[in-house]
Ligand binder design. Structure first.
Ligand code: ATP
Ligand code: MG
Length: 141
């Protein structure tokens, strides 16, 4: 089993039917939910989490959005959890997602390239780092 850190971003948590549909995706795709928590980021936490994007044109908009309201974070487990979850998310950009992966979560529910519904770790290293960020009491190794 592999672990990944998934986030349902504020735009999706704000809509109960979308949150429900995403939970359905998690279950249908045989992920095991190891941990789950709702939280609201302070702007500083948002900046720290997305530090790798500091300076990009969308950075301010991204950190503001990610600290704009409640989100839901999950530790998910499955074989190939990292790439399977990212496949379900679809491409970062909503219009690309709609074009290339019409049944992906971002294609179905994404509002803009920033408000794109979900996050998923992109490597084993970032999964470990992000799990520790959201669930400091959880021991990954
Ligand atoms: P995430 O890290 O959220 O899972 P990702 O790995 O597909 O998404 P990254 O390149 O890591 O994408 O970008 C992080 C987030 O920054 C994206 O999910 C999106 O919210 C925002 N973002 C990325 N690229 C753009 C862009 N070109 N325009 C607007 N927002 C963007
Ligand atoms: Mg990323």
């Amino acid at each position: 089993l592999q672990l990944t850190l998934a986030i349902v971003k504020p735009d999706a948590v704000a809509h109960p039917l979308i949150l429900e549909a995403l939970h359905q995706k998690i279950l249908e795709n045989n992920f095991i939910v190891i941990r789950s928590r709702e939280l609201v980021w302070k702007r500083q936490e948002s900046e720290r989490f997305y530090a790798e994007h500091a300076g990009r044109f969308f950075y301010q908009r991204l950190v503001e959005y990610m600290s704009s309201g409640p989100m839901q974070a999950y530790i998910l487990a499955r074989d190939d959890a990292i790439s399977r979850w990212r496949e379900l998310m679809g491409p970062t950009k909503v219009f690309r997602a709609r074009y290339t992966s019409p049944s992906s979560m971002r294609a179905l529910y994404g509002l803009t390239d920033t408000r794109n519904t979900t996050h998923g770790s992109d490597s084993v290293e970032s999964a470990h780092r992000e799990i520790a960020f959201f669930f400091p009491e959880f021991n990954v190794r």
